[in-house]
Design a protein around this ligand. Sequence first.
Ligand SMILES: *[C@@H]1O[C@H](CO)[C@@H](O)[C@H](O)[C@H]1NC(C)=O
Ligand SMILES: *[C@@H]1O[C@H](CO)[C@@H](O)[C@H](O)[C@H]1NC(C)=O
Ligand SMILES: *[C@@H]1O[C@H](CO)[C@@H](O)[C@H](O)[C@H]1NC(C)=O
Ligand SMILES: *[C@@H]1O[C@H](CO)[C@@H](O)[C@H](O)[C@H]1NC(C)=O
Ligand SMILES: *[C@@H]1O[C@H](CO)[C@@H](O)[C@H](O)[C@H]1NC(C)=O
Ligand SMILES: *[C@@H]1O[C@H](CO)[C@@H](O)[C@H](O)[C@H]1NC(C)=O
Ligand SMILES: *[C@@H]1O[C@H](CO)[C@@H](O)[C@H](O)[C@H]1NC(C)=O
Ligand SMILES: *[C@@H]1O[C@H](CO)[C@@H](O)[C@H](O)[C@H]1NC(C)=O
Ligand SMILES: *[C@@H]1O[C@H](CO)[C@@H](O)[C@H](O)[C@H]1NC(C)=O
Ligand SMILES: *[C@@H]1O[C@H](CO)[C@@H](O)[C@H](O)[C@H]1NC(C)=O
Ligand SMILES: *[C@@H]1O[C@H](CO)[C@@H](O)[C@H](O)[C@H]1NC(C)=O
Ligand SMILES: *[C@@H]1O[C@H](CO)[C@@H](O)[C@H](O)[C@H]1NC(C)=O
Ligand SMILES: [Cu+2]
Length: 614
Amino acid sequence: MKRFLLLALAALGQAKTVTHDFNVTWVTANPDGLAERKVVGINGQWPLPVIEVNKGDRLVVNMHNSLDRAASIHWHGMFQNNTNYMDGASMITQCPVPPGSSMTYNFTVNQNGTYWYHCHTDYCYPDGYRQALIVHDEDAPFKFDDEFTVTLSDWYHDMVEDLSAGFMSVFNPTGAEPIPNAFLFNDTLNSSLPVKPNKTYLIRIINISAFVGQYFYIEGHNFKIVEIDGVYTEPAEADTLYLGVAQRYAILLTTKNETDTNYPIVTVADSSLLDTMPPELRLNNTNWLEYNKNADHPQATINVTDSTQIVPFDDIALVPSDGMELLPEPDMDLNVTVIMGNLNNGQSYAFLNNISFTTPKVPSLYTAMSAGEDIVSNKGIYGEFTHPMVLNHNDVVQIVVNNADGGSHPFHLHGHNFQVIDRQPPYGEHFFDYLNGDPVPYDPSNHTAFPKIPARRDVVVLPPQGYFVMRFVADNPGVWIFHCHIDWHLSSGLAMILIEAPQQMQERMTIPQEHIDVCQAAGIASKGNAAADTLDFLDLKGQASQPGWIPDGFTARGIVALVFSILSAICGIISIVIYGLADVKSKQADEVSTEREQSGVVVVEENVENPSKS
Ligand SMILES: *[C@@H]1O[C@H](CO)[C@@H](O)[C@H](O)[C@H]1NC(C)=O
Ligand SMILES: *[C@@H]1O[C@H](CO)[C@@H](O)[C@H](O)[C@H]1NC(C)=O
Ligand SMILES: *[C@@H]1O[C@H](CO)[C@@H](O)[C@H](O)[C@H]1NC(C)=O
Ligand SMILES: *[C@@H]1O[C@H](CO)[C@@H](O)[C@H](O)[C@H]1NC(C)=O
Ligand SMILES: *[C@@H]1O[C@H](CO)[C@@H](O)[C@H](O)[C@H]1NC(C)=O
Ligand SMILES: *[C@@H]1O[C@H](CO)[C@@H](O)[C@H](O)[C@H]1NC(C)=O
Ligand SMILES: *[C@@H]1O[C@H](CO)[C@@H](O)[C@H](O)[C@H]1NC(C)=O
Ligand SMILES: *[C@@H]1O[C@H](CO)[C@@H](O)[C@H](O)[C@H]1NC(C)=O
Ligand SMILES: *[C@@H]1O[C@H](CO)[C@@H](O)[C@H](O)[C@H]1NC(C)=O
Ligand SMILES: *[C@@H]1O[C@H](CO)[C@@H](O)[C@H](O)[C@H]1NC(C)=O
Ligand SMILES: *[C@@H]1O[C@H](CO)[C@@H](O)[C@H](O)[C@H]1NC(C)=O
Ligand SMILES: *[C@@H]1O[C@H](CO)[C@@H](O)[C@H](O)[C@H]1NC(C)=O
Ligand SMILES: [Cu+2]
């Protein structure tokens, strides 16, 4: 099937409709030259097509799923204002599109800059189903002669279904993430960006990885950062960037006058995220800013031994060029803590407070759209294990995310960019300092002064054992998932949903019939509460829930014992494990959740139970 682009000038202004037909199938590719594998292709091609639109355009993508599994497309960073149902997050805003079915995504793009699209159904984008989405803007507050878009990614030789089976498994009680086999630069290696002397280039860099952040610099060149995650910034001089998964930067690079030398573009994978380091894995890669095709293409000379010694530009220091000031004190204050731990099936899970996100039986948006007006704002109907929070229309919302885990986590909120008003420790030489002691949670009575004009973006990296604080206005009615963008962590539960302005959702939106038909084809209910109950929305009987807690007193030895007892059971051997079980008592008994209202400020507190750590 042919891919075609329809450029139809709208009656008013320059806005046009950009149409793509995507027939999604398996193809084969070997981008690192090390292993040919099956990847998700579009219209028989991989790398996938880069989508380009102008600001104000309508984007229409007709996706036909010719794979042997369900799929969807999320338009990362797109606000989907009044089109929440086009957000592409399976079981949040739509049903997963089953094999043989189609879905048309159709929305206007009133934003600038650098985005990407990717599958958002179970773990599906690490198999190659991700690519850049660029919004051109004639009115951008900077000038350049030409532009490049490059993606950075991690790459696995195995299919994600095989990797995930090993990841969520009693054989992996510590939750060690699969180690990639390679790191790609624009879905290849050893490539060159041909440049002319004395010119200014806009280079857009997108981390489309499943797991690993990367450092980026160009030998012999500084550059100016002019955009992060679709938000223009005052130009900021920098030499090195860190891109957590899903983050984007656009930089202006002015080339030298001389054309005798080519310069390495250096990418270094963030080794702090990798539990093991296979000797054959190339963490750093050289590509080239190519002034002269015939000159030498030298390998990078890297003068640090470990990626943690690299000092990147601190994105919190960037100032949005629209000058949007620090939002006022919040109307709603959420406080969540990232925790990794095991549940009683022996597997490792990720938690925000005491909840490991578990997919509901009805997409949460469809729960909101089918609930009675009187009950739509009751968070109970969205289920306990989706970790729902209901936001009032136009409230200022603050989210504090503390990290009780030793890894960093790139957190993404759908439907918004947000102000990052505090983050500790900062990027740089002290980034890993809190690992030397206990986690340090945000202390509202002892924090650094918030910036007057805070950086805004849609993915922020949560430091190891540290925290960040973000604010945004709940001006975009919809169900938006807030999650760690490391795909392994999303699948082990590091997510929650924000039910934003549910009454306005009902007033403003209608789910397209085609989307309802997709649910029918997938055999998934499109009405009802999180348990698919359409009669009594408050009855959550049968909702999907996380496995039970490990009884108190179960120690690390106990976890190992549990794993072995499960393994023994698998082998058909009866084994009674008694050590490790000190004081058997269910944790669930003392869980409480309270909400109190104070001078118009809703403070949501949840009792945080540390699941037993291994
Ligand atoms: C999609 O591609 C597959 C494989 O090339 C082909 O068999 C199928 O007919 C195509 N489907 C559509 C709807 O174009
Ligand atoms: C890239 O360059 C490295 C180092 O020269 C080489 O080992 C590797 O085979 C090259 N890979 C590809 C895909 O060109
Ligand atoms: C896209 O949505 C617009 C506005 O609702 C509508 O006019 C148009 O027909 C839709 N296009 C397609 C291909 O569905
Ligand atoms: C990166 O890859 C995309 C897709 O193959 C391509 O369109 C684009 O031109 C490449 N960028 C550069 C700088 O070569
Ligand atoms: C560089 O470009 C500027 C204009 O953009 C021009 O004035 C200048 O002469 C150029 N220098 C060289 C060495 O080409
Ligand atoms: C988007 O671009 C317009 C100019 O075209 C600018 O006024 C606006 O501030 C930009 N928005 C952001 C979030 O950078
Ligand atoms: C290139 O030469 C022009 C003058 O001809 C100078 O203004 C500019 O700074 C030079 N560029 C660089 C990167 O050295
Ligand atoms: C760069 O790669 C080499 C070979 O994989 C490795 O020995 C070295 O530690 C890496 N350097 C960094 C900073 O990651
Ligand atoms: C390492 O290299 C970077 C850029 O390539 C340079 O800025 C820095 O000074 C170097 N550090 C040392 C210790 O040589
Ligand atoms: C947030 O929760 C953590 C963990 O329970 C607690 O230590 C911290 O004091 C709370 N912070 C706020 C601002 O309530
Ligand atoms: C306030 O925070 C600073 C920096 O984290 C810390 O060193 C200091 O001990 C804290 N002071 C109090 C009173 O908690
Ligand atoms: C959504 O649109 C409303 C106007 O209908 C506007 O006030 C609001 O700022 C928009 N929100 C986003 C996130 O674009
Ligand atoms: Cu994570």
